[in-house]
Design a protein. Sequence first.
Length: 387
Amino acid sequence: MNKAVITLKLKYHNKAEQVLICFDYNKGILDLVRTIPNRKWSQSMRCWYIKRSDNAIKVIQKTLRDYSIDETKIVNAPVLNLTHNTSLLTKEQRTVLNEFYSYLKGKRYSKSTIGTYTFLVADFMAYYHKLTMAELTNRSIELYIEDIYIKRKYSISKQRQFISALKIFKNFNPSLPFEAIELIRPKRDRYLPTVLSKDEVIELIRVTKNLKHRAVIAIIYSCGFRISELINLELRDIDVNRRQILIKNSKGRKDRYVILAESFLPLLHNYISTYVPRRYFVEGQNDKKYSPESVRQFLRKSCKLAKIYKRVTPHTLRHSYATHLLEDGIDLRYIQELLGHSKPETTMIYTHVAKKDLLRIKSPLDIAVKQYNNTDNKNPKLVISGI
C-alpha cells in the first residue's frame, strides 16, 4: 500500500452534505479521484467532494483502495435533517415572502442583501412549513439555530445574518409573535488579517508575467480595492491628470476617491494600449465584467511563483495596503477615508498588525540579558543559545 494518506471529512456545502476527499498533491491519487462519478472540485475548500451516500463512500473506498484512507471523521456521523425545502412553502407564505422582498427593495438595501435576507427567512419558514406564522416564537428560532446552524457548523457571520434578517422581518410584520429585541447576535470572531510585507508585494507583482494579471494585482494593492470595486471600475473613473480614481456606489452605497500611484502609470499605459478595454478597467469575454474567481485563481498561481505560503486573497492586498499606510505614518482618519470605512473601529484593526511601533518595544528577555552582561561581575557573558 502507498504511504500517502487520504482523509475523508463531512461538510454541508451547496445545500447538501458532502464527503470531502482531502490529500496532499499526488498525481496517482488525483488521476484516480477524477474517475469517481459525480465528483466535483471546490475552489474555496481546495479539495474534491461528492454528495454523501453509502454508495458514494463505497466507490471512494474501492477506487482508492491502494492508499491509506482515514475515515475517522465520517464513521457513525449522523445524517443531517434536510427537511426544509422551499418547495414546501404554502401560497400564503410565498405571498408574505414576495411582500418582504418588495419591502427590502423599498428600504434600498443592496441587491445582494435583499437576496440573502429573503432566502434566509424563506429557509426558516420552510423548516416550519407545518406551522402557521402565528406559532413561530423565539423558542422556535432557538431550536432552528440549534438544529441547522450548530449541527451544520455554519459560520458565526452567517448566523448573525440570519438574526439580522429576522429582526427586519419583524419590522416588516409586527404581528409576528417572536420578540426581535430578544434575538441576540453571537459575537464576531476577531481574527487579525493576513498581511504581506512590502517585499512580498513587489515580488508578487514581479513574478506575474501576464500583463493583465500584473495590472490587476498592482491596482488592487496600490488603491486598496475591494474585489467588487475592481470588477466594477470603469475607465472613465480613472483620472490620470489628477492622479485619482473615483470609486462609485461601493459598500454602503458610498462614493470615494483613492490615490492613483505614480509608479503604476507606466504599467497602466502598457496594459490599456495592449488590451484596449472598452468600458471596464478589466474585462472578460465579450467586454463583460471580469470574474472575481478568475482574479483569485491567478493570484494563487502568482503566490506560488513568488514562494508566498500564506493564504492570500484579493482582500489580503487591501489589508496590506492599509497596514503599510499606517506603518508609513499616515493618520488613521485618512486611512479610514481611503478604505471607505463607515466606523473608525473597523480601521483600528490595522493598529494590531502594523509593526512600526511594535518594533520599538524591547522584550523583557532582551533587557534582562543586556543588563546581566553589563553588570560588573565575574560570571561569563550569558549566551541564551548555550553555544
